[in-house]
Design a protein around this ligand. Structure first.
Ligand code: HEC
Length: 116
């Protein structure tokens, strides 16, 4: 191999490591990051609090959603409920997998102190 090709290869490896190290910052993999993005775009209006302590229309989503059962969560997303739209014609199966995989990384928040 020519020296300059070798140098190029080394540079490539160093760059790749840098990119991976940066992405690993939030501890999420590629699929989970996609899930987070979809949740923010498609589910956030109802499931993400607009401000601290504000009430959301739907329950907060985390690893306990659907009782922690993937199949139940998938059913909610596919078919919706009377108060939640169905997403089966809107999201691809891989996107739903990504959402489920992301939700598993979201911890259950500590219970809020009882109002006085
Ligand atoms: C229009 C508001 C709305 C949107 C948009 C919405 N949801 Fe919901 N979701 C609800 C409501 C309300 C409930 C509570 C069930 C009920 O009352 O019918 C719920 C329940 C759920 C549950 C069950 C929660 C539990 O505690 O078991 C899951 C899982 C869920 N939604 C996921 C999603 C995902 C993922 C998306 C985006 C793809 C989404 N929802 C978008 C309103 C919404």
């Amino acid at each position: 191999m020519k020296p300059c090709a070798l140098l190029f290869l080394c540079l490539l490896v160093v760059c790749a490591q840098y990119v991976f190290a940066r992405q690993a910052g939030d501890g999420l993999n590629e699929q989970q990051r996609l899930g987070r993005q979809i949740v923010a775009q498609s589910c956030g209006v109802c499931h993400l609090p607009p401000a601290r302590n504000a009430k959301t229309y739907g329950p907060l989503l985390n690893k306990a959603a659907g009782g922690g059962d993937d199949a139940v969560v998938r059913e909610y997303i596919l078919d919706g409920t009377p108060r939640m739209p169905a997403f089966k014609y809107f999201l691809r199966p891989t996107e739903i997998d990504a959402i489920i995989s992301y939700l598993k990384t979201v911890p259950v928040p500590a219970p809020a102190p009882a109002p006085r």
